[in-house]
Design a protein around this ligand. Structure first.
Ligand code: UDP
Ligand code: G50
Length: 443
């Protein structure tokens, strides 16, 4: 696209959590590339240090982007009955959504449209409808999850009820209520942008496009795979040096993303499993939901005995790592992942088979995408994170299965090749943005 698109000015409204923020900023960079003017609405205070650092680096790298600071009225977590700090922030923004109105209407030049995070949909649509501002969604999960979301509280026949997270099955939870409200507001939006692509999610994307799933579903624009920005790079000297000395496809990388804490007991079983597998590993340990609260050292979490056992087999880190760079190393041959959607797309791009160990939320449904594609395993029998203790022996066996499976490697290599071609040509994204622009002109 070019400036003939009429100097579009787009506002972006991300929600909290790196899994929501990163795809926004990656999308923002490609919109800038297409000469669109952008306003980024940032919500303060940030929940994690990772978010505040990323935003400040991003805004310094793109001085042409206008920042609008939004400070919602704080909520009492006890009264709101929400324990997860990221979910509390989603609810906080939702309840203060009316305060966005002056911020949006004062934008200059006037906005062409806004892109709202999926978690905020129903609260923001009433604001933007009053301002007659077209509103698109950035859906930060899989097309498979979108197919469930679009029908909720019905469940499409393609999705087993057991794959829904407990929080969605509890109709008293405010999360389930929001999810349902957001789903109900879908028909009022102009379109849904999603980080996916045909070869990764052929069936769900076809089902969504067919119009048979939900009446009034707006057009879905699969813009993936999203690529990281140069500014996301962080120096990883020691781990990269260690990886360079390992054999090709011999190392299993272990990470549960940016906002999932694993119990100390489970961390230790996982450590034993990694040692029992006989594979080399690069393991990112996280014991707290929010990075600011990570106080305990690895010695305390893993214990002296396990630390000793690990010494010759793997590298353990307890900090933010550059996951993209790790996945691009030749030595990495498998990924134990919670299946946050960004991680799934990143693994697909790099052609790394995944041992999917969903912990919460949309992760089981995302792991099923991998399983259906034949490039990884979805460990349903391991249950949801907090209510099961999976033993080291079982984990070790599954790691061996993951690392030894040639069929999954081949399947994954095929998807990776297409993903890379797509990003090189920029075609998928380019054409989709053109269609989006056309749909905007009609609306
Ligand atoms: N990530 C990273 N380093 C870390 C942890 C996470 O680069 O130490 C990135 C990861 O590559 C992905 C995002 O953060 O892009 C996490 O999103 P995802 O959807 O995988 O999971 P979430 O953190 O939202 O559960
Ligand atoms: C977190 C969570 C449960 C959950 C999801 C989470 C998603 C992602 C998409 O991210 O499904 C989503 C859609 C609508 C919504 C919130 C999140 O209101 O704990 O299901």
């Amino acid at each position: 696209m070019s400036s003939s698109d009429g100097n579009l000015h787009v506002a972006l409204l991300p929600s909290s959590g790196m899994g929501h923020l990163l795809p926004y900023l990656r999308l923002a960079a490609s919109l800038i590339h297409h000469q669109w003017s952008l306003t980024l609405i940032t919500t303060h205070p940030f929940v994690s240090s990772a978010e505040s650092q990323l935003i400040s680096t991003f805004l310094s790298a793109f001085p042409q982007i206008t920042q609008k600071k939004f400070t919602p009225i704080p909520l009492d977590p006890v009264a709101a009955n929400i324990t997860d700090p990221f979910q509390l922030q989603w609810e906080t923004i939702r309840q203060s959504a009316h305060l966005l109105s002056p911020l949006i209407s004062s934008s200059s030049p006037p906005l062409s449209f806004i892109i709202t995070d999926v978690t905020l949909m129903s609260s923001v649509i009433s604001v933007t409808a009053k301002l007659c501002l077209p509103n698109y969604i950035l859906f930060t999960s899989s097309a498979r999850m979108l197919s469930l979301f679009s029908c909720f509280p019905s469940i499409p026949s393609s999705i087993p009820k057991e794959s829904l997270p407990p929080i969605l099955l509890d109709s008293n939870s405010s999360f389930a209520k929001n999810f349902s409200d957001n789903s109900g507001s879908l028909k009022h939006f102009n379109g849904v942008l999603i980080n996916s692509f045909e070869e990764l999610e052929k069936e769900p994307l076809e089902m969504l496009a067919s119009g048979n799933l939900t009446k009034g579903l707006p057009p879905v624009f699969p813009l993936g795979p999203f690529l990281p920005l140069e500014l996301e790079r962080i120096s990883l000297l020691a781990p990269l040096k260690w990886l360079e000395n390992q054999e090709e496809s011999s190392v299993v990388y272990v990470s549960f993303g940016s906002r999932t804490a694993i119990s100390k007991e489970q961390i230790r079983e996982l450590g034993n499993g990694l040692v029992l597998s006989g594979c080399k590993f690069l393991w990112v340990v996280k014991s707290k939901v929010v990075d600011k609260e990570e106080e305990e050292g690895l010695d305390e979490i893993l214990g002296h005995q396990l630390m000793k056992k690990i010494e010759n087999n793997g590298l353990v880190l307890k900090e933010w790592v550059d996951q993209w760079q790790i996945l691009s190393q030749k030595a990495v041959g498998g990924f134990i992942s919670h299946c946050g959607w960004n991680s799934v797309v990143e693994a697909a791009w790099h052609g790394i088979p995944v041992l999917g160990w969903p912990q919460q939320g949309d992760q089981m449904i995302n792991a099923e995408v991998i399983e259906a594609g034949g490039w990884g395993l979805c460990m349903k029998s391991w249950g949801w994170g907090s209510n099961h203790l999976v033993k080291g022996v079982e984990i070790g066996d599954k790691i061996k299965e993951l690392m030894g499976n040639q069929r999954m490697k081949m399947e994954c290599a095929r998807i990776s090749e297409v993903a890379k071609q797509r990003s090189k040509a920029g075609e998928g994204c380019e054409n989709m943005l053109k269609t989006l622009f056309q749909s905007l002109k009609k609306s």
